[in-house]
Ligand binder design. Structure first.
Ligand code: KG4
Ligand code: ZN
Length: 339
């Protein structure tokens, strides 16, 4: 039986990786979305799980307090507490899960565990201009690359995914080869704007169906750089913008090729992107152009809803609440999870 959709107020917590985030959502409208990004990992060239867990512990109380305050919402007004249950770094997930459980227990309100990748897709339902079902979503993050066919808010089907590295990893690992700090994706995006995307050609894999592969690109960039740097030790700094633009063009071509194939195969003409890599300006432009040229409706979440954020967890939880999908206080978070 469906619950009434009136005045459902939820607090959601996201802590799967290196962002501590909390959001308040009322009747499907996001009232606040506070994100604390952990800067500590920059110096290590990647997320250090142990440090991420500790930083979540420090951040969670101020982040939740600010989210409630910004939404002008008291704890007593909450109807349920949602949290990211999987997938993610287990130490990070545990902090959010324990906090959500404690609050649910103290307030005697139900708990709603949310799948992080499902939530990335649902980020597209936050804006006023949202896709109608069914729609396709290319979800591209640091840990995942998927093409999802969304039949309804809670019925999502993965129809393609990476067989090795994720698109975000491809950005971050090539950025590291170029001497850029973690996370490299936003830096590649920044320098790519100043470079020639056709300056260098890198391998594009031939992978069957709607699946992706990015490990070959990383190797192709590595061998290319090793050869060039042997001849000219300053090659990278002299060509940084062109290198970034060329790497970014290759990643976007790999992604768009499969997304276009998915549109043809499914006949679905509404296409979204989601996940951290959907913040990439080149990908956003490529999707928009493709939509305009092919009469396909395209949707791109606001930047704050592309990266890891609790608003997307809240939006998913809102649909779960309406569908009476609650989570037991005994439920454990999980590093890996099927939908
Ligand atoms: O979704 P997300 O915030 O966290 C995960 O669930 O993984 O995605 C993080 C990934 C990182 O690999 C980061 O480099 C990438 O998203 N990213 C970008 C951009 N902004 C974030 N990649 C390319 N261009 C960007 N502007
Ligand atoms: Zn994510």
């Amino acid at each position: 039986m469906q619950q009434s959709a009136k005045n459902i107020t939820l607090l959601a917590i996201e802590s799967s990786c290196d962002e501590t985030s909390a959001s308040v959502c009322r009747n499907g409208e996001i009232l606040s979305n506070i994100i604390a990004t952990q800067k500590i990992h920059e110096q290590y060239g990647g997320v250090v799980p142990e440090l991420a867990g500790r930083a979540h512990l420090q951040n969670i109380v101020p982040v939740v307090t600010t989210a409630l305050k910004e939404a002008n919402c008291s704890r007593e007004e909450l109807d349920a507490i949602a949290f990211t249950q999987a997938p993610g770094l287990i130490g990070s997930l545990l902090v959010g899960a324990q906090f959500a459980k404690s609050l649910a227990l103290a307030l005697e309100k139900p708990l709603i565990g949310v799948h992080h990748m499902q939530a990335h897709v649902m980020a597209n339902l936050i804006a006023e201009n949202k896709p109608a079902f069914p729609f396709l979503c290319l979800t591209v993050s640091g840990g995942h690359t998927q093409i999802v066919l969304a039949h309804s808010p809670l019925q999502l089907e993965v129809i393609g995914e990476t067989i090795d590295d994720a698109a975000g990893e491809a950005f971050d690992k090539t950025a590291k080869l170029l001497g850029l700090k973690y996370p490299g994706g936003p830096l590649i995006d920044k320098y790519a704007k100043l470079g020639n995307p056709n300056a260098f050609k890198f391998a594009e894999p031939q992978i069957p169906e709607l699946n992706f592969s990015f490990s070959g690109l990383k190797t192709s960039v590595l061998y290319f750089l090793q050869k060039q740097v042997r001849e000219n030790p300053n090659f990278i700094e002299e060509n940084l913008n062109d290198l970034c633009a060329s790497v970014q063009r290759t990643i976007i071509r790999i992604l768009m090729k499969k997304l276009k194939k998915a549109v043809v195969q499914t006949g679905v003409k509404q296409v979204c992107i989601a996940g951290g890599v959907s913040a990439n300006s080149g990908l956003r432009m490529a999707l928009t152009e493709y939509g305009l040229q092919n009469n396909i409706k395209t949707f791109i979440p606001d930047f704050q809803y592309c990266v890891d954020n609790a608003a997307m967890i809240a939006m998913t939880a809102y649909h779960k609440y309406q569908n009476n999908e609650f989570t037991s206080l005994d439920a454990s978070p999980s590093a890996r999870a099927e939908w």
